[in-house]
Every structure is written in C-alpha cells, then in structure tokens.
Design a protein around this ligand. Structure first.
Ligand SMILES: *Cc1c(COP(=O)(O)O)cnc(C)c1O
Length: 402
C-alpha cells in the first residue's frame, strides 16, 4: 500500500503540477482507502503518558489536538504547499482568517504596512479598523505603480500586502519588481493569490515570502465551503505563524478541508477551462461595452505584464456600463442564466455589483479612490458553455437598453 508517497517531498517535488493537485499530501489509514479519509475528531488518544508528553515537548511527531493538527487538514496543507512550491502551509477557517493571521502573527505596535489600493474590501478594512487600533500604520499605494511602492517605504515598514489580479478592478502588481524590492529592504511580501491560484500564478517564483488564499474561491471551485491558506518558508510558518494560529484558533474544520482536497483534484482543469471561457465572454462584452477590465484582453493596460506572470488570465473580469448603478442593476436583473452572487471562483457563472456589495463598506470616497465605478459589474465565468453565457449577457444588455 502506497501510504505515504504523498508526503515525501523527494517524490512529490518531481511530480508535475496536475499530479501534485491530485495526489500530493495524501496519506492512507490501515484500510488503504483511495479517497482521502475524513477525520472528524477533535482529540487523540495515546498509548502511554510518556508518548503524549513527548509530543507536547516536540520530541515526537503525531497528533495532539485538532486546533493544532488534524490528519485531514494536514493532507490539505501538504497538498497546497506542494502545489505552491512552498516549504510549508497552514490552512484557516476562511480567507479572511488567513489574511488577518498572516498580518497579526508578525506585526507589532509601531510597525508599518504598505498595501495595494485595489483589494478585497475586508482586506482594506482590517488594515484601517483592526491593525490601526494596535498602533500598526499603513500606506495605500496604486499597486500598479512600481515607484509608489518604493516611495511608501518607511524605516518601520515590515510588510507589503497586496493581491494580483486585484478585486474588482483586476489591477496587476509587478510581482518580480515589488517582491524583489521587499526582499532588498528586509520587508516581508504577502501576496493574496486567490484570483489566480497556483494553477495560474506562483508568486514564490517571483520572490514573494508569503502567499495567502481564500480557498473558498477557485480552490474549492464549487461554491461549497469557506477556507483559507497561508504558504511560506518552513521557518516562517513554524516559528511565526503556527504559534499564533495554535493559540488563537482560526483553524479549518476537517470536513471543509476534505471538500477543498476534492476541489483541488480538478483545480488545474477548471482554472484553465474557466480562463478560456472568461476570455471568450470578455471578447463578447468588449463588443458591447466600452470599458472592459480583463487581463487577458489586448486592450487591458497591463495585459503584457499579466501574461508574463500568469499562465492564463483567470476566471474573473469586470466591465463598466454607461448609466451608473441604475444601468448595472438593470443588466443584473435581466440575467436569466448567470446568477447574481458576490462569490467568485465557482463553476457557475456569477455576476455582482461591487459598489453595493463587496466594496459597499468602503464608502463612496474609498470606492472612488479604488476606481470602483457605480456602473461596474464583476463577472466570474464558470464551466457552462460560454456560448450560453454570451447569449444571456447579450439579451440582458439589450433589455437594459445598452
Ligand atoms: C474572497 C476573498 C477574500 C476573503 O476570503 P473569504 O474566504 O471570503 O474569507 C480575500 N481576498 C480575496 C482576493 C478574495 O477574493
């Protein structure tokens, strides 16, 4: 029985990405099950008092308590690490648990963070409303502007925090430049890679220190569970993140870990197929709407950079309809196949109005700064036949008078 090949890095590191997504991290119980087992247990038992003492002292390996480790969760962590090309990974209860933990585990009062302007609304919120309460300051920069990153560095800057492509304007951050700049100044770069996933973009190859995920999105891929992940060096994960996570407890349930494990088996296929579909749909939307923000289209201002650092442009793009919120709502309400939903990464095509949903809590001023237009619609393109998605958009545009 090949029980442990999935956790042997000397073997899994030779596997190609699609193989890692199916097999890395898998361990098998004495039953030799093909599918990863779901260990719904909070605690563990031991053969002797000395054995548990050795585990708590760090002198013996093995499970202790599911806030620390769980066999199903450990399989997911090893699989994500292998796919990312990271030394280590810890998973969390949601993407926001991952983002919050990645910052709070390493920052102290008096530290400073430079963050990309375009970001998931809650990522901006924790900078402004959590970190600042503990004396951690931040500067927001236009993530597309390399010089702005450099100019924002202060003597106490400890971290760069950004996503690329960014939500919802699809701003691209130059990974090689910005992560290289961070490295040269002793700053930790934290990249939220939720839109692309390791199937399309691997920030560690460009010098990122920490890669964070909402695994809720393309990694689960079927809109089922919330999950988050943080990848990095073994030293950083074990000594900086793990003590914080073990004691504060934002851990992922084994059930949700199992669902994401199953999602990862098809990630490579879905990420590429949905990217193809999104490009086809994007080309159609461009024929009907004047402003389309899609990294895969030649009209996108950062198309070349996006294609340099990504294998494909991803499942998500945005466009701006004339007529503001009213016109955007008309289009959304006229959709018959595509669902109105603020989720992304799903195999179902989903459309949302960022200004009134994901970026509502930023206020009008914050949205203006981030270029989240009132007429903006963000589209996640799923696995349906793109011709059906195009037909639906076509009739919705027509009914909305566009
Ligand atoms: C969804 C999302 C998050 C938050 O993740 P949750 O799983 O919803 O907590 C963070 N960053 C990005 C880019 C996201 O798309």
């Amino acid at each position: 029985m090949k029980r442990t090949t999935g956790t042997d890095r000397s073997i899994t590191s030779k596997w190609r990405p699609a193989t890692r997504a199916v097999r890395a991290g898998t361990t098998r119980s004495e039953h030799g099950e093909t599918s990863e087992a779901m260990f719904l247990t909070s605690g563990y038992t031991y053969d002797s008092a000395a054995e548990v003492a050795a585990r708590f002292a760090g002198e013996a390996t093995g499970m202790q308590y599911s806030r620390f480790q769980n066999p199903t969760v450990a399989m997911l962590e090893e699989r994500i690490a292998a796919m990312e090309g990271a030394e280590a990974c810890k998973v969390q209860a949601s993407g926001m648990a991952a983002m919050t933990s990645s910052l709070l585990c390493m920052l102290s009062a008096g530290d400073h963070v430079v963050a990309g302007r375009a970001a998931f609304g809650s990522c901006r919120w924790i900078l402004a409303n959590v970190l600042n309460r503990f004396g951690i300051t931040h500067t927001i920069v236009d993530g597309r502007d390399n010089a702005a990153w450099e100019a924002a560095i202060q003597p106490n800057t400890r971290a760069f925090f950004f996503e690329t492509p960014a939500n919802p304007t699809l701003d691209i951050v130059d990974l090689a430049f910005v992560c290289g700049l961070a490295k040269s100044r002793g700053i930790v770069s934290i990249v939220d890679n939720a839109f692309a996933t390791s199937a399309l973009q691997r920030p560690l190859e460009y010098g990122a220190d920490v890669v964070t995920y909402s695994a809720t999105k393309l990694m689960d891929g079927q809109g089922r569970v919330l999950a988050g992940a943080i990848c990095g060096s073994a030293e950083w994960i074990n000594n900086t993140l793990s003590p914080f996570q073990r004691n504060t407890g934002p851990v992922l349930s084994p059930f949700n870990a199992w669902v994401v494990l199953k999602g990862l088996e098809t990630l490579d296929l879905r990420a590429h197929k949905q990217s193809e579909n999104a490009l086809e749909v994007g080309k159609f939307v461009e024929s009907r709407v004047s402003r389309v923000l899609h990294p895969g289209l030649a009209s996108f201002s950062q198309h070349d950079l996006a294609m340099r650092q990504m294998d494909a442009a991803g499942t998500i793009f945005s466009f701006v309809v004339d007529g503001g919120r009213e016109a955007a709502f008309k289009v959304l309400d006229a959709l018959e196949l595509v669902d109105i939903s603020n989720n992304i990464g799903d195999s179902k095509s989903l459309a949302c109005h960022p200004a009134s949903t994901t970026h509502h809590n930023m206020g009008a001023e914050g949205r203006a700064e981030m270029c989240v237009d009132e007429g903006m619609i963000r589209l996640n393109v799923g696995l349906e036949d793109p011709a059906d998605v195009i037909e639906d958009l076509d009739q919705a545009f027509t009914r909305a008078g566009l």
